[in-house]
Design a binder for this molecule. Structure first.
Ligand code: AMP
Ligand code: MG
Length: 418
């Protein structure tokens, strides 16, 4: 039996990123960027107005107030998308819209709300009253204040989010390199399993693992390939697992314990797998087999639904994310206070299904009822794992524990968070 840390290290030493493919910006969301993206020009490209108002020389507004406005001559009207044809001189202003380039001669913009047309002003002509003293630079967005030509604006290995899509568009990258998404073959094993369209009778149960694991694969951004159900016999296992070798990675569930019909390890070995380890010091998920067949990682996860999900989360997920070229592949963890005592023996790392919530600036973690490795209903309610290290024994209420959030469940709640 090896530690969780050692198992993870072995797994990660055996997997490497797949190749790249070129995709259109519209298909890039959620993909892992395969190249650094640099800017071909400054953004904004030139100083421009942050407001609708008047571009002017700040010195011309010295001492201006509501009662003693500065009166300037309007020499041009400048919408966004155009460049001024005139240079602003002493006593002059250009009516300017948000985003339009600052005209030559101007060093500030006063917003329209602090001005008033004076007398018979018409479009681009007449005079304007300025009610406020402007300082140099007021309401001017500087060239390059967002990013400069040559800046790396998105880095290789980052997952592309909506803001990244906006950035790709802003720097003019309609097509980019992303890492290929691994195909991950999923096989459920066990004579007791029937597919979910069937009503299980006489000793049978529904195959839930294939679906839960496929969903975990999708959550990683990889592609599940369903191999279906194999019975507890070597022939069936070998046939289906061999087909799995067309994928980039194999994940099976069940049949890796010490039962009389647990043949998965034998069959993987028969197929040429070099077994790297079996059994990890964790709960749930102890009987976990890992091997490599023809350079492809093969995970034999335990059959209990929670064991397989926890083992996937801790081991398969980082491996798949590494294959996808992702830089940050480990789940974040943060400290929380335990609201109930937890019984534990030393010797294995525990992943306790729990809910975590924040109150008065602190996180509180509550273990759920039903910690058996077959209790899917508790897993459904959980939004995190409490991680209790191998050597830790019973943990008291009020102790600080490490909590690992479960996928997106901590991002949403039933009311606004402000
Ligand atoms: P095993 O690891 O094959 O000994 O299976 C352990 C437990 O998990 C048994 O109670 C199995 O019936 C159950 N199990 C195995 N595979 C699945 C599956 N695909 N879906 C739901 N339960 C399963
Ligand atoms: Mg079985």
């Amino acid at each position: 039996m090896i530690s969780v840390e050692a198992a993870l290290e072995i797994i990660l030493s055996e997997v490497k990123p797949l190749g790249m493919e070129r995709v259109n910006i519209l298909s890039a969301l959620g993909r892992v960027l395969g190249e650094d993206i640099s800017a071909g020009m400054d953004n904004p490209p030139w100083d421009n107005s942050a407001m609708d108002g008047y571009a002017l020389r700040a010195s011309d507004t010295k001492g201006a107030s509501k009662n003693r406005p500065a009166i300037l001559k309007i020499i041009e009207d400048l919408p966004a998308g155009y460049v001024a044809t005139r240079v602003i001189k002493k006593g002059e202003a250009i009516r300017i819209m948000t985003g339009a380039p600052i005209p030559k001669g101007a060093d500030a913009v006063v917003m329209v709300e602090e001005t008033e047309i004076h007398g018979q002003g018409t479009k681009g002509k007449g005079q304007v009253k300025i009610f406020k003293e402007a300082r140099v630079g007021d309401n001017i967005r500087r060239a390059g204040e967002d990013f400069k030509k040559g800046d790396i604006v998105l880095t290789k290995g980052a997952t592309i989010r909506p803001a990244g899509i906006g950035m790709l568009a802003a720097v003019g990258k309609p097509n980019i390199y992303v890492y290929q998404r691994p195909k991950v073959a999923v096989l459920s094993t066990g004579d007791e399993l029937v597919d979910i369209e069937e009503t299980p009778v006489s000793g049978k149960i529904r195959n839930s693992n294939s679906y839960a694991i496929a969903a975990q694969i999708k959550t990683c951004g990889a592609i599940p390939v369903q191999l279906g159900i194999a019975g507890d016999n070597k022939k069936d296992l070998e046939e289906k697992l061999s087909y799995g070798l067309t994928a980039d990675c194999i994940v099976s569930s069940g049949g890796v314990s010490v039962g009389d019909f647990d043949f998965v390890k034998d069959v993987l070995k028969q197929m040429g797998s070099e077994m790297r380890f079996w059994k990890v010091a964790m709960k749930p998920g102890k009987p976990l087999a890992f091997g490599v067949i023809g350079g492809k990682p093969a995970f034999g996860l335990p059959g209990n639904p929670i064991s397989s999900m926890v083992a996937f989360e801790q081991f398969v997920s980082p491996a798949v994310l590494k294959m996808m070229g992702k830089k940050d592949i480990f789940k974040r963890a943060f400290d929380a206070l335990l609201t109930k005592p937890v019984k534990k023996k030393a010797g294995r790392m525990h992943f306790v299904r729990a809910t975590v919530e924040q109150k008065n600036g602190r996180f509180y973690a509550t273990p759920l009822e039903g910690q058996g490795s077959g209790i899917l209903s508790a897993m459904v309610k959980a939004n995190c794992f409490i991680m209790l290290p191998e050597d830790v024994k019973d943990v008291e209420k009020g102790s600080t524990v490490k909590v690992q959030p479960m996928d997106e469940s901590l991002l949403y709640q039933d009311k606004p968070g402000y």
